[in-house]
Design a protein around this ligand. Structure first.
Ligand SMILES: Cc1cc2nc3c(=O)[nH]c(=O)nc-3n(C[C@H](O)[C@H](O)[C@H](O)COP(=O)(O)OP(=O)(O)OC[C@H]3O[C@@H](n4cnc5c(N)ncnc54)[C@H](O)[C@@H]3O)c2cc1C
Ligand code: FES
Ligand code: FES
Length: 1354
């Protein structure tokens, strides 16, 4: 008989119910069988960090506890038997008080939607625990930990946050570091920058070890079990979890008759399931982590032996202690995955994945380079063979057990070892495009100083090859040679014959060029002739020149990385006391709850009795009849309870999944005909969410394309087949001036140039989710993570064929929306509602990340063709734009873009502006509005044109920008009434302040100097202005005062992380403040903004367009005004009798006097002021690695006119977060589809949002208040979307850097066929950048060097 799984969760004992499935993950257990909700499911593949917990193990022999962070979504429950698990609730909560990690994260404004926050807290907490256990470090000063600032920056390197832009999170983490200068930290609630001294005593006090991570009861239990099990060698359990204690036992298990390769899974720490998702349920597991031979760590003079189940983290620790080769391996391992994955991922598991499944492993490559041998056991045979031989064998079966790896000692005599990897993120959890490890033994000829290669090993992997390989031909060629440019060139040519990516890998040419870059970098370190004379100190941008300066070699370019620069920041904000407490940078309401994990999101609502779970089945075909759905026979398909399809829509209901007034509807389910890949065909219903996910994977859909037209997938297809959505006239923008006349005035013309922008996925951390609970009398309550509550209610009602008042939609908070929870959230709500109606049981659907990414739609991809006329001095006289926009299958909200694109584009005075916009109806998922929809593309296209003019005229781009900025008259001509008063037009002065400042000029000069002295890294700097039009719309609000004086506020807007509740809270306190002696400050804590409820607060409208916070505030202010009117007479009369009246006394009196203490308002904007303009400007300076295409953002300086901010901390968070989301759009986020239009970048593996290591190294934000305008809500301005546009400054700076490279290497690509005139599409990913720099620049360079060797001499 086996034993039950016992573990402690936050100090409480849990025993997993008998028969708990061995496939249950720790996350599933915590979320379904304990009250814990802090760990969230964000991806289920180890790629986001939302589920991070601290696991503690106790060793009774040494009486020691070891702690490490882990992703609970990959950790199997059985593998933490007798462990203690600490979650965010465990370190602090409402009842016991919050932990300083939580308090500081909140106080530094590091939580917005809050969905990532518990995971962030646990990553930070784990880093503190780890650092504080370092006995070799001195005790830190009071209030600090032993953590260093550089460790603090890496602590959250694997945690994704889509809201904040990371800067405040890093500051919170750094506040614990013993070596921090607290004055360097950003805006916080603990001291007022400038006025107050930063002092650790003002921070929530930190005491290492204050949290008990391993309870005594479990220690005793473990000791007790040890004594009892000594006599029992049985490695089997009654719940199908087997943990053999020896190799023999392992093999006995494999030989036994229950073993079946298809239903038994052999695991170490199971992180491989994040890479290769299980397609079916497994019912038996064999855990190999207790086999002693697999756990060895032997260090000797010959080398280091690592048992296969040694974790990557442990290996790093062991190797860091060794000589140079070992230390370099450790450095490389530090870039594999993320801290919380490395802690459980084993070295052996990685090698097996590389051998058996062609995994693009880093570890296999670098271990191959250093001559590693492996020991394997196949049944009773033990073999020792080289890693190379092992990798070359046919994929091993499950009977092969990898026992250990042996890495030989190389000494340091004449040995050079380097490893390389190029990945979309330097540290933050990204598999490499190519990785390599090179080991050489060389000698130096005393006379010539030349390096002679005596022996060399060159390993390459991940480039689209079955497994890492050695470039033997190149090795043989190099052996015995002195390194010179011609030798390197020949070696690289040979290498290109060896590194041949397989046909189906992305960017094959780029990968080859990376391999070339790596080898060149390595070899050139042996060739002194490649050294360059000047090194620019990247830290501060200053440079030293001439004799005595540090040599800057190509090798160092890759090694001394600007990525290693610390993250610094500066914030300059304007505070105003005019409307206190509005205007104060108070912390986000409820942020502590978010940090502790107690904040309730839809999936955190306790599952109602009898609840069922659903998962979508979607079409993989873009245009086909659906002939039937069957399921493969499998363990998972046995879990299917039913499948809901269009046929299950109740009679009287409609097949409708989303809708927007006037614009149109989209179907919920494909009814016989599937019209795009990713369209929902049905919902699999099962008892648990996991069963539903797994069962949906087993669905087999039968299609027929008989008599059907081929699908329309691209903009070109749509134009050819005339497939467009009409633009309602009231949404269409108007041209300005006379295009032909403008063209006739031009000295120069550019005709029909093109630039392309691809899509972007929202990547909200909480995927789409809804819970539908059927109620009496044909009613239903739906908890939905939705931005458009009112419309969700109406769509669900139409779908079910019931009156609107039968549907109650409730949203408390949304774990990130960014526009993605507008339309698609309705589909999920409707699907749940239909299923709940049919089953008469509650139904929940929480989409897995892949499905979410496939159905989401995302930003509109578009192609812009432009023709422009301009004068020789750079003044543009006329522009015509032809825009082809891929809108997908349904109208969705696409038509709104017709005005927003032009809105963003009109920031310059084009003279005359004409355009034609086509919304192409195609067979792909309908595109929707994503943060700054249209505006961001319009603004970018404007920059692309400005840049084109500048490069045509060979003039500095800023000169052209400045020349074409509006004066107020032209602004009014282009924007009409939105332009407002002349005094509010702040853009020109903002732009001048940045672009004409001496500081900018100095930095531009340094950039130029850097570029003329550095061949393989180039810098660029750019300043971009933005104008953003926003609209005000009606909005409801309700303020109710309870008898005890506490206040409940309801608004139409939804809290999606943008800080709406916080601003509303401040506004309510301000609005009622005239009734309080302190003006309302005392009311802040009394205000609770309550969840949005479509039946309680009708006409809620939608949350989007950046103005929802201010309009909700205005409705609240009106409600307060009404209450003040009712309460003022009572206050006056009480004051006449007793002097000052406290709030509670006033309310008690009013209640006694039967005053109506609840007021509702429906605010409508002044018809003469329904829109206004927002302005900002941003400088970005970047460094492009010409060899790899990687970009580091060295500095971004943003200036944003936020008016009189309602809450500067909230607005700062919006500015920073939006900017970083924009950086993702412009540089890294590839949301690609296959030839059927099906999304292929469908998880954290392939879709790379920015992480902490990709944000600007110096990130400065200044918020200004240009001119108060009382027509705006308390003179405030919007902040949610406009700053996203500033991220194009990064793209523009990249283009400047690339231009410098192209000039140097005379690279000409594209139609313009000139090094300086080229377009760079969006996103400018590493392959795109490298291609524009020239894939073959190294070869070109070496050829030029070989023919003219003197040119490279220092
Ligand atoms: C988010 C994330 C990011 C990652 N990033 C990188 C990266 O940048 N570079 C990189 O190289 N890797 C990366 N990895 C891969 C990671 O290193 C591996 O998942 C991990 O090392 C596998 O170890 P494991 O113990 O979890 O294996 P498991 O998941 O337990 O097992 C994996 C496979 O190996 C088999 N197996 C395990 N151990 C043995 C053994 N001793 N003998 C025989 N078979 C065995 C198992 O049966 C299973 O088939 C990443 C993984 C994740 C989840
Ligand atoms: S949910 Fe576990 S890492 Fe994303
Ligand atoms: S606060 Fe980090 S994802 Fe929203």
């Amino acid at each position: 008989m086996g034993k039950a799984v016992v573990l402690a969760v936050n100090g409480r004992r849990y025993e997993a119910a008998a028969g708990v499935e061995p496939s249950m993950t720790l996350l599933e257990f915590l979320r379904t069988q304990t009250p814990v909700r802090g760990p969230k499911l964000g991806c289920g593949e180890g790629g986001c960090g939302a589920c991070v917990v601290l696991i503690s193990k106790y060793d009774p022999a040494t009486d020691e506890v070891t702690e490490f962070s882990a992703s609970s979504c990959l950790t199997l429950l059985h593998s933490v038997d007798r462990c203690s698990v600490t979650t965010s609730e465990g370190i602090g909560n409402t009842q016991d008080g919050y932990h300083p990690v939580q308090q500081r994260l909140v106080g530094f404004h590091g939580s917005q939607c809050g969905f990532c926050t518990p995971g962030m807290c646990m990553s930070i907490f784990s880093a503190l625990v780890k650092a504080d256990k370092e006995d070799s470090r001195p005790a830190p000063p009071m209030g600090f930990s032993k953590l260093t600032t550089s460790e603090a920056e890496k602590a959250v390197s694997g945690n994704l946050c889509r809201c904040t832009g990371y800067r405040p999170i890093v500051d919170a983490c750094k506040s614990f570091a013993a070596d921090v200068d607290l004055e360097d930290l950003g805006l916080n609630c603990f001291w007022k920058k400038g006025d107050d001294r930063a002092d650790v005593r003002k921070l929530p006090g930190y005491n290492s070890g204050a949290i008990c991570t391993f309870p005594e009861f479990l220690k005793s239990e473990i000791k007790c079990t040890m004594q009892n099990t000594n006599s029992s060698p049985v490695a089997v359990s009654n719940d199908n979890w087997y943990h053999p204690k020896s190799i023999e036992e392992f093999h006995r298990l494999l030989e036994s008759n229950w073993f079946d390769e298809n239903s038994v899974k052999i695991v170490a720490s199971n992180t491989g399931s994040g890479v290769y998702k299980d397609d079916d349920l497994y019912d038996k597991y064999i855990d190999i982590k207790e086999i002693p031979e697999l756990l060895v760590i032997n260090k000797s003079s010959k080398g280091i032996e690592l048992g296969s189940v040694v974790s990557i983290s442990k290996a790093i620790q062991v190797l860091s202690d060794g000589n140079l080769v070992f230390r370099k391996i450790a450095d490389h391992l530090n870039k594999v995955a993320s801290p919380f994955v490395r802690n459980t991922a084993t070295i052996g598991g990685n090698i097996i994945m590389a051998q058996r499944l062609q995994f693009a492993s880093d570890i296999a490559t670098i271990l191959l380079a250093v001559g590693t041998t492996v020991t394997i056991q196949v049944v009773s045979k033990r073999l020792s063979l080289s890693l190379e031989e092992f990798l070359q064998q046919p994929p091993c079966d499950s009977r092969t057990l990898l026992l250990s790896m042996f890495v030989p000692e190389w000494g340091s005599d004449g040995i050079t070892f380097e490893t390389f990897r190029a990945a979309p993120r330097p540290f933050g959890n990204a598999v490499s495009y190519v990785n390599s490890g090179f080991l050489a033994r060389t000698s130096v000829d005393a006379a010539s100083g030349e390096h002679l290669i005596k022996d060399i090993c060159l390993a390459f992997g991940a480039y689209g090859v079955d497994h890492a390989i050695r470039a033997r031909k190149v090795e043989d060629f190099l052996k015995g040679k002195s390194v010179s440019s011609s030798v390197i060139l020949e070696a690289l040519q040979l290498l290109k014959e060896t590194v041949t990516p397989s046909g189906d890998i992305t960017h094959p040419e780029y990968r080859i060029s990376l391999a070339v870059s790596f080898l060149f970098t390595f070899l050139s370190s042996f060739a002194s002739s490649f050294n360059e004379p000047v090194k620019v100190n990247v830290t501060n941008g200053s440079y030293t020149k001439g004799a005595g300066s540090t040599v800057y070699s190509a090798e160092k370019h890759l090694k001394v990385d600007s990525n290693d620069l610390p993250i610094r920041s500066r914030q300059e904000l304007v505070f105003s006391n005019e409307y206190t407490p509005v205007g104060q940078p108070i912390k986000k309401t409820g942020a502590e709850l978010q940090a502790s994990g107690e904040a309730v999101y839809v999936d955190d609502i306790p599952t109602p009795k009898d609840c069922l779970h659903g998962a979508f089945i979607y079409s993989t075909h873009p245009h086909a009849y659906v002939k039937g759905i069957t399921f493969k026979s499998s363990l998972a398909s046995q879990k299917v309870i039913t499948v809901i399809t269009a046929k299950d829509i109740p009679s009287g209901g409609q097949n409708i999944g989303s809708s927007f007034p006037i614009l149109g509807d989209e179907a919920l389910f494909a009814d016989q005909l599937a019209e795009f890949a990713g369209q929902n065909i049905g919902v699999v219903i099962a008892e648990t969410q996991k069963y539903a996910y797994m069962a949906a994977k087993q669905a087999v859909i039968k299609y027929s394309t008989e008599n059907l037209q081929p699908p329309i997938l691209t903009i070109e297809d749509a134009i050819q087949r005339n497939s467009f959505f009409p633009i309602p006239p009231f949404l269409a923008s108007k041209p300005v001036g006379d295009y032909n006349k403008g063209m006739s005035e031009a000295d120069h013309k550019i005709l029909s140039a093109e630039v392309k922008l691809e899509s972007q996925y929202y990547f909200y951390m909480e995927t789409q989710v809804a819970l539908a609970i059927p109620d009496e009398d044909n009613c239903v309550t739906i908890y939905s993570s939705a931005q458009l509550l009112e419309i969700t209610q109406s769509v669900v009602a139409r779908c079910l064929g019931i009156p609107f008042h039968n549907v109650r939609v409730i949203t408390r908070r949304v774990g990130g929306g960014f526009g993605g929870k507008a339309m698609k959230a309705m589909h999920v709500a409707c699907a749940c509602a239909v299923a709940a109606f049919k089953m008469r049981r509650p139904v929940k659907m929480y989409l897995d990340r892949k499905t979410d990414m496939i159905i989401a739609g995302g930003r509109h991809p578009m192609k812009a063709k432009y023709s422009i006329g301009f004068k020789s001095d750079g003044k543009i006289t006329s522009v015509h734009l032809d825009l082809g926009i891929n809108a997908g299958i349904a109208p969705d909200l696409s038509a709104l873009l017709s005005s927003t694109i032009i809105g963003g584009f009109k920031k310059y005075n084009w003279g005359a502006l004409d355009f034609d916009i086509k919304f192409c109806k195609t067979n792909v998922s309908s595109k929707s509005t994503m943060r700054a929809p249209g505006d961001v593309q319009g603004s970018f296209i404007a920059e692309a044109i400005i840049e084109h003019v500048a490069s045509t005229l060979s003039v500095d781009t800023n000169t052209i920008r400045r020349k074409n900025l509006h004066d107020f008259d032209s602004l009014a001509a282009f924007y009409g009434e939105s332009a407002g008063e002349a005094s509010t037009y702040s853009l020109v002065s903002m732009f001048d302040k940045l672009a004409s400042s001496p500081d900018y000029q100095r930095r531009a000069a340094i950039v130029e100097h850097f570029n003329s002295n550095n061949k393989w890294k180039k810098r660029g700097i750019s300043c971009v202005p933005i104008t953003y039009e926003v609209s005000l719309r009606p909005s409801p609000g309700k303020v109710s005062i309870m008898n005890d004086g506490s206040i409940a506020v309801e608004v139409g807007g939804i809290e999606i992380g943008q800080g709406l509740w916080t601003k509303v809270q401040q506004m309510a306190a301000f609005g009622l403040g005239q009734l309080c002696p302190d003006g309302g400050e005392c009311l802040l804590d009394k205000v609770r903004v309550i969840q949005a409820d479509s039946l309680s607060m009708i006409q809620g409208g939608f949350t989007g367009g950046s103005t929802t916070s201010e309009i909700s505030c205005e409705a609240v202010r009106q409600s307060c005004t009404e209450l003040v009117e009712r309460l003022k007479p009572i206050k006056d009369s009480l004051e006449a009798k007793a002097g000052t009246v406290e709030w509670s006394a006033l309310i008690a009196q009013a209640s006694m006097a039967n005053v109506n203490l609840s007021a509702h308002a429906y605010w409508t904007p002044d018809p003469a002021f329904k829109s206004y303009l927002n302005y900002g400007a941003g400088i970005s300076e970047v460094e492009v690695d010409v060899l790899t295409g990687a970009t580091t953002i060295l500095q971004s300086d943003l200036v944003y006119d936020c008016g009189q901010s309602l809450n500067p901390a909230v607005d700062l968070g919006q500015v920073e977060g939006a900017f970083i989301q924009g950086v993702g759009f412009f540089t890294n986020e590839e949301y690609a589809t296959n030839s059927d239009g099906m999304v292929i970048n469908d998880g954290t593996w392939t879709y790379k949002i920015p992480t902490v290591d990709t944000i600007p190294k110096q990130f400065n934000v200044e918020m200004i208040n240009s001119a108060p305008d009382k027509k705006r809500v308390l003179s405030s301005k919007a902040s949610g979307e406009p700053p996203l546009l500033l991220a194009s400054s990064v793209h523009c700076a990249m283009r400047e850097a690339i231009r410098a490279a192209r000039k140097e290497f005379s690279v000409c690509t594209g139609p313009a066929n000139s090094p300086i005139t080229f377009q760079m599409d969006v996103p400018a990913t590493m392959p795109v950048v490298k291609e524009l720099c020239g894939l073959d620049i190294i070869e070109r360079y070496l050829q030029s060097v070989s023919t003219n060797p003197t040119t490279v001499k220092a």
